[in-house]
Design a protein around this ligand. Structure first.
Ligand code: ADP
Ligand code: MG
Length: 389
């Protein structure tokens, strides 16, 4: 079994039989891990007493959710939802996970709101224009994870499910392709698909920050079953101006995003909201929501809004040592995450360019996320100036 890296004594399991044997008493296994991995949220939040109360089908579902954290005990989160109703059906587990990661109460409820009118501390005209902070046009991207409620989440999808999802989305994209403000086309990684693109064309899309990376290379996604059947059922819709993009078959069924070079965050936010409304309005597409938790995503880190709003910013002073270590340390208390210029787990780019985004996604509104990017960038730029040699 690939990536089967277990647990207490870091036993390596050579095959699926060994893995099954080790999972035959998963509770004992998790209990052994608990004192060893205090930062693995799923392992820490797994309560054997709660598990014992569950009927067999829910026991199996909970174990499926935590498998990635058992196989990769160094995980920070260590679990993924695998069915759209997992957050609700396994609430006593997930409410603890969410409280711990997002630093919210266990009975937290999420509210979605894209309207900047309710957000305090913004410029009077509510224009979040980076040029007022002295910045030039930058690459701005806002993405939202979305899942369809009538499919298992990616960790539990069969190959057939993945192909069916792609087929369903390709039919839905016809609507966008027919609209003058979108147009464009779909690119598929599925052999035999009429929109299939070869390896070189795929590489070009990855390099252009349009398409997602090879999921097979990610041991967390692999252990969660999310990378299974790669690259079957994977692809992406790209608008004619290449600024409106929808990934199919990555960590969530859909990652819907707008990306543009400019300074006004409102433009990207508004276009994304319009596109989301068009997609959600397409007959037969029903997104998964939880009544308490808002937008359902595979990873509990993304739950609520599913939104990450980022920009590519040069921080030559804060990255003068050639790494993002100092930028990360300064950005963290500002509520900002720092990634490499090729996305998560990639290095900084030329002139110390990094990807900056607000860390919060849950129990925060969409409008507040974008506002906190604007405010955070102002503070980060002040730190960058202070670090001037
Ligand atoms: P996410 O998990 O939010 O989808 P990743 O970190 O996996 O993002 O990155 C996915 C892709 O999006 C990468 O190619 C990354 O470089 C690109 N990307 C993210 N933010 C920006 C941005 N502001 N401008 C251009 N590309 C971006
Ligand atoms: Mg990602």
């Amino acid at each position: 079994m690939p990536g089967c890296e277990l647990v207490d004594d870091m036993i390596r399991c050579a095959n699926e039989e060994d893995f099954k044997a080790m999972m035959s008493d998963p509770v004992a296994k998790i209990e052994k891990l608990q004192p060893l991995w205090p930062d693995n949220i799923a392992i820490q939040c797994f309560d054997p007493a709660y598990f014992a109360t569950l009927p067999d089908d829910l026991k199996a579902r909970l174990l499926k959710c935590v498998n990635s954290g058992i196989e990769n005990p160094d995980s920070e989160m260590g679990c993924y939802a695998c069915q759209p109703s997992d957050y609700d059906d396994l609430k006593p587990f997930f409410s603890k996970v969410l409280a711990r990661y997002h630093k919210v109460p266990e009975n937290a409820r999420h509210v979605n709101d894209w309207n900047l009118e309710g957000v305090v501390g913004l410029p009077e005209d509510r224009m979040l224009d980076l040029s007022t902070l002295g910045l030039p046009a930058l690459s701005i991207r806002i993405r939202c994870g979305r899942n369809l409620k009538d499919f298992p989440l990616p960790g539990s999808m069969s190959r057939r499910d993945r192909i069916r999802l792609e087929e369903k989305m390709m039919a839905a994209f016809e609507k966008l392709i027919g609209m003058p403000e979108y147009g464009g086309r779909y690119y598929s990684l599925t052999r035999g698909n009429p929109c299939f693109i070869d390896e070189a064309a795929y590489r070009d899309l990855v390099d252009a920050h349009i398409m997602f990376k090879n999921m097979d290379a990610d041991r967390y996604l692999t252990a969660a079953g999310i990378a299974a059947d790669w690259p079957q059922g994977r692809g992406c819709y790209v608008s004619a101006d290449k600024e409106a993009i929808i990934w199919v078959g990555e960590e969530d069924h859909l990652r819907i995003m707008c990306m543009q070079r400019g300074t006004v965050l409102n433009e990207v936010l508004n276009r994304l909201k319009s596109m989301l409304d068009v997609v959600e309005g397409i007959e037969g597409l029903n997104f998964a929501y939880s009544s308490a938790y808002g937008v359902v995503t595979s990873c509990p880190t993304n739950l609520g809004t599913g939104m990450r709003a980022s920009l590519h910013l040069a921080l030559p002073n804060l990255t003068a040592d050639g790494t993002d270590a100092k930028a990360k340390a300064i950005a963290r208390p500002l509520g900002l995450s720092v990634r490499g210029v090729g996305g998560e787990h990639t290095p900084i780019g030329p002139n110390g360019t990094v990807d900056i985004s607000p860390s919060a996604r849950f129990c925060i509104t969409e409008a507040e996320i974008v506002a906190s990017l604007y405010r955070g960038i102002a503070l980060l730029m002040a730190e960058e100036s202070k670090a001037s040699p």
